[in-house]
Design a protein. Structure first.
Length: 448
C-alpha cells in the first residue's frame, strides 16, 4: 500500500508470511566511455531467430534450444568488441542463453537489451563461468528494457548472458522479439572493495524516501513489548541479541556496525541505516533498492520489528530465537543495500520468501539458486559478491568448502559446487558446520 512501483504490489499482496520486500530501482548506469553498441532502435531481423544479427553462422549457433548454459548460443564479437544479438522470447519459460566467452577481471561489460517494435518486457542477467550471478537488470531508465554495465571482479572462462521475460511482466508483454548488444571493453582495473558502515537505529524515525515510497514510514522506537506482551521488559536484551546476530552474519566482511546506543556515526562517515522498530501488516522488512555493487553508501532499510508476532511462528519463539529471526531479516535487508538479489533457499540469508520459522535457522550468506523472480537459472554466491563489494575483514580468507548445491529443476548447476567457509586464526567464523551439513543432506536428497 505504500508502494508505488507496480512490480512490488504483487509481492505485498502475496499472503505468504515471511515475505521480504525489495524495491528494485531503475539502474540506468552510465554509458560514458563505452562506444555505442550501435544497436539502438534496430528491429530484429525477420522472425528474429535467436542468434547473432546479420550472421551467416550455421544453425549450430542459432535458434532453439538454448535454455541452459550448456546449450548457449555463441555470441560473435566484431573487431571493436561488440556482439549484436537478437532473439524471440516465445513464452514465460523461454530462456535464451548466449555464451560471451572468457572475461578477465577488470573487463567492462555493457549489455543493452531493447524491444523496439515488440511488446516484450525483457529481463537480462549476466553470469560467470560457474553460473553465478554477476549482475541482473529488468527495467532500466524508466522503460521495460534492460541494461547492465558492470566491471568483472573475477575472471571466468565462459561468462553468459541470459535474456528472458520479466517475472513481473503484465499480460500482453510476456513474449516478443528483442535485440541485445554486448560491448566488452578489455583491460580495465578491478574496482576495489569498499568498507560499508551500517547504522542500526533503534530510536524510531520517520523514513521519507519520496523517490521510492509513496508515503513516509513512521517507525516507533524499538520496544520488545510491542511484539508481544510476553517480551515486555526485555527490550535491552533482545536488542543486544539482534545486534549480535547481525554482527555474526557479517563477521567475515568489512562491514562496520554501529548502533544508536553508540550514537550516529560522525558527519565524515557515509553510512546506510537499518531502522528497527514499527509494524507493517505486509512485510517484515523493506530495502530502498537492490543497490548493485553498492553504488550508494547512504541508503536505508526498515525492519518492522513489531511484525514478528509469535502467531507467525509454529511456536512462540524464545527471546533468543526472536533475536535471530529479526537479526537475519536485518542482515537480508542490508544485503540488498549492498547489492544482493533474492535467492531460493531457506538457509541463505537472501532467500526471498519462506515461512517465518526459517528465520530462526542459522541462515548465512551462501551460494544458492537464484529466485525465479530474478532468473530461473543460475545461482548467487552472496559471500563471494560481498567479498568483492565490501571486502573481507583483516585476516579473513575465503576457503573453499565442497558441498552440493540444492538442486532445482530449472537450475543448470547440478554438479558439486564450491562455496566459501571463512577462518580467522584457525577459528571458523562463518558458514557454520551445521549449515554445510544441511546443504549436503539436501543436495543428496534431491539428487536421488
Ligand atoms: Ca528464444
Ligand atoms: Ca530459448
Ligand atoms: Ca523489463
Ligand atoms: Ca548501498
Ligand atoms: Zn528481500
Amino acid at each position: 500500500m505504500y508502494i508505488r512501483q507496480t512490480k512490488l504490489i504483487r509481492r505485498v499482496a502475496t499472503p505468504a508470511l515471511g515475505l521480504f520486500l525489495a524495491l528494485v530501482a531503475g539502474c540506468p548506469g552510465s554509458l560514458d566511455g563505452v562506444g555505442s553498441a550501435g544497436g539502438g532502435g534496430v528491429v530484429p531481423d525477420g522472425d528474429a531467430i535467436d542468434g547473432n544479427r546479420g550472421s551467416t553462422s550455421s544453425s549450430v549457433v542459432q535458434g532453439e534450444p538454448n535454455g541452459s548454459f550448456r546449450q548457449a548460443i555463441e555470441a560473435v564479437f566484431d573487431a571493436t568488441g561488440v556482439a549484436r544479438l537478437q532473439g524471440t522470447v516465445a513464452s514465460t519459460t523461454d530462456l535464451d542463453v548466449f555464451a560471451l566467452g572468457a572475461m578477465s577481471a577488470g573487463d567492462r561489460i555493457l549489455i543493452e537489451a531493447q524491444t523496439t517494435g515488440s511488446s516484450l518486457d525483457v529481463s537480462i542477467a549476466l553470469f560467470d563461468g560457474e553460473g553465478r550471478l554477476v549482475s541482473a537488470n529488468d527495467d532500466a531508465g524508466g522503460t521495460l528494457d534492460s541494461l547492465i554495465d558492470v566491471t568483472a571482479r573475477h575472471a571466468g572462462d565462459a561468462y553468459s548472458l541470459v535474456v528472458t521475460v520479466s517475472a513481473f511482466a503484465s499480460s500482453g508483454t510476456r513474449s516478443g522479439t528483442y535485440t541485445a548488444d554486448v560491448t566488452v571493453q578489455r583491460g580495465g582495473s578491478v574496482p576495489s572493495p569498499v568498507r560499508q558502515t551500517l547504522f542500526l537505529d533503534f530510536d524510531g524515525a520517520t523514513v521519507d524516501i519520496p523517490t521510492v515510497f509513496a508515503e513516509p514510514f513512521t517507525i516507533s522506537a524499538f520496544d520488545a513489548g510491542d511484539i508481544a506482551a510476553a517480551y515486555a521488559g526485555q527490550t535491552e536484551m533482545l536488542k543486544q541479541m539482534i545486534v549480535e546476530t547481525i554482527e555474526q552474519n557479517y563477521a567475515r566482511f568489512d562491514v562496520d556496525i554501529v548502533t544508536s546506543d553508540e550514537g550516529q556515526p560522525d558527519a565524515s562517515t557515509e553510512f546506510s541505516t537499518l531502522f528497527l522498530g514499527g509494524f507493517d501488516s505486509d512485510t517484515f522488512g523493506i530495502a530502498e533498492s537492490v543497490d548493485l555493487y553498492n553504488a550508494d553508501f547512504c541508503d536505508d532499510a526498515i525492519i518492522f520489528t513489531g511484525s514478528f508476532t509469535p502467531g507467525l511462528f509454529s511456536g512462540t519463539p524464545t527471546v533468543s530465537e526472536l533475536a535471530i529471526a529479526i537479526g537475519n531479516v536485518a542482515a537480508h535487508e542490508a544485503g540488498h543495500l549492498l547489492g544482493l538479489n533474492h535467492t531460493d533457499d531457506d538457509l541463505d540469508l537472501m532467500d526471498d520468501s519462506s515461512p517465518a520459522d526459517a528465520f530462526i535457522e542459522d541462515q548465512e550468506f551462501i551460494e544458492a539458486p537464484l529466485s525465479a523472480d530474478i532468473m530461473s537459472i543460475g545461482s548467487q554466491d552472496s559471500a563471494l559478491l560481498l567479498s568483492e563489494i565490501v571486502g573481507l575483514r583483516d585476516g579473513v580468507t575465503l576457503k573453499a568448502v565442497e558441498y552440493v548445491l540444492r538442486q532445482r529443476d530449472s537450475i543448470d548447476v547440478g554438479r558439486t559446487r564450491m562455496s566459501f567457509d571463512a577462518f580467522r586464526g584457525g577459528e571458523k567464523i562463518g558458514l557454520h558446520a551445521g549449515t554445510i551439513r544441511q546443504l549436503k543432506a539436501r543436495g543428496q536428497d534431491s539428487s536421488r
